[in-house]
Write a protein that binds this ligand. Structure first.
Ligand code: FA5
Length: 347
């Protein structure tokens, strides 16, 4: 019996030694130490032994059990450690590998310019107003002192949808709509950004669809000097403190007097160069004092109220600010062009 126990111990220790994983090790445990295992079997036969031999054999059997159990525990710790090491090796992250970049879009340059202009005028107490792009002839022309058949309608070739409906040719109808909402009471102080449409042939400086920003102030005692002061602040903030503005007499049916507003050329500082075609100035917008007829049609008493308005092409402002030579870049969706206008650049 002694020999059998020793042999079983040897056998078990060998199997433990070669066990390659926890499952195999557990199989050895069950096989040798389990209730149906050979050691238990041997112990069952102890009844046949003499009273003298019995305790000796019992002690030996316990020794064998303890040796096998201890060896299993040791091996189990080794295998568990190896399993953790293997898992760590498998899941190791190489932090030097290049990561995946998340592609974030940039605001379109025209959106950036509009937001910049909005911020500037909101800072001066203006509100942002919007209106429909499919507009009624009345708001786009008639209420702006441009009755049907007026020759000045030719200044803005239009896309008509019906006799009375068209794609708006400028953002000025929003000033009419806003004034009508004020029930003849000032002050009105708004800017209106939005898309406009004209039957112009597309070229480097013209597009059949472009963006405008309109500005309108109506209150008591508004004078031409308020207009020029406001536009000077605008020009300096948008293009630099060294810029000057120049007002040239012009004509718009909805303003009287009317002006074209030029800003001094950045390249030659007003001396004259190729960019400004030798004039020292570049035209940026149209403006003027709101015509009394327009005030009247919008419900304001021109004897009490006066106002100024201006309208600018957003693409032309962006072209001047960023040095872009062709308006079509804004609408061609060329990613190489758009990527240059980083989200935070210039803000
Ligand atoms: C107007 O549209 C007037 N409503 C502006 C105005 C408002 C004057 C309030 C007085 C008071 P004009 O047609 O000049 O004016 O257009 C204004 C600006 O839009 C121009 O200075 C130019 O920058 C831009 N623009 C005009 N046509 C085009 C076009 N086809 N493509 C791109 N920009 C254009």
């Amino acid at each position: 019996m002694q020999e059998t126990l020793k042999k079983l111990q040897e056998e078990a220790l060998q199997k433990i030694e070669v066990a390659s994983d926890l499952k195999e090790l557990n199989d050895v445990r069950v096989a040798y130490l389990g209730k149906k295992g050979p050691i238990t079997e041997v112990l069952r036969g102890m009844g046949k032994l003499s009273a003298e031999e019995r305790p000796k054999m019992g002690a030996l059997a316990n020794e064998v059990r303890a040796a096998i159990g201890g060896s299993i525990e040791k091996k189990q710790a080794q295998l568990e450690e190896a399993a953790v090491a293997a898992k760590l090796a498998k899941e190791k992250i190489d932090v030097t590998l290049p990561g995946y970049t998340v592609k974030a879009g940039n605001p379109h340059p025209l959106t950036k310019i509009i937001e910049e202009i909005e911020d500037l005028f909101i800072g001066m107490g203006y509100e942002v107003a919007e209106g429909p792009e499919v507009e009624q002839d009345y708001y786009n022309f008639e209420a702006l002192n441009l009755p049907k058949g007026h020759p000045a309608r030719d200044m803005q070739d239009s896309f008509y949808i019906t006799e009375e409906t068209l794609m708006r040719t400028h953002t000025s109808p929003v000033q009419v709509r806003t004034m009508l909402n004020h029930d003849g009471k000032g002050p009105v102080k708004i800017i209106c950004p939005g898309k406009v449409y004209r039957r112009d042939n597309d070229d480097a400086t013209h597009s059949h669809q472009f963006m405008q920003i309109e500005g309108l102030v109506v209150d008591k005692n508004i004078a031409m000097s308020d207009l020029s002061g406001t536009l000077e602040v605008f020009a300096k903030k948008m293009f630099g403190e060294d810029r000057m503005i120049r007002l040239r007499p012009s004509f718009f049916p909805f303003t009287e007097p009317s002006v074209e507003v030029d800003i001094s050329c950045k390249i030659c500082a007003g001396k004259g160069c190729n960019v400004c075609k030798g004039t020292g100035y570049i035209e940026v917008l149209g403006a003027g004092m709101v015509h009394p007829n327009v005030l009247k049609m919008a419900g304001f008493d021109p004897e009490v109220y006066s106002g100024f308005a201006f309208g600018m092409g957003v693409e032309r402002i962006a072209m001047l600010k960023y040095g872009i030579d062709d308006i079509r870049h804004f609408y061609s969706n060329d990613i190489r062009f758009l990527k240059q206008f980083d989200r935070y650049e210039g803000q």
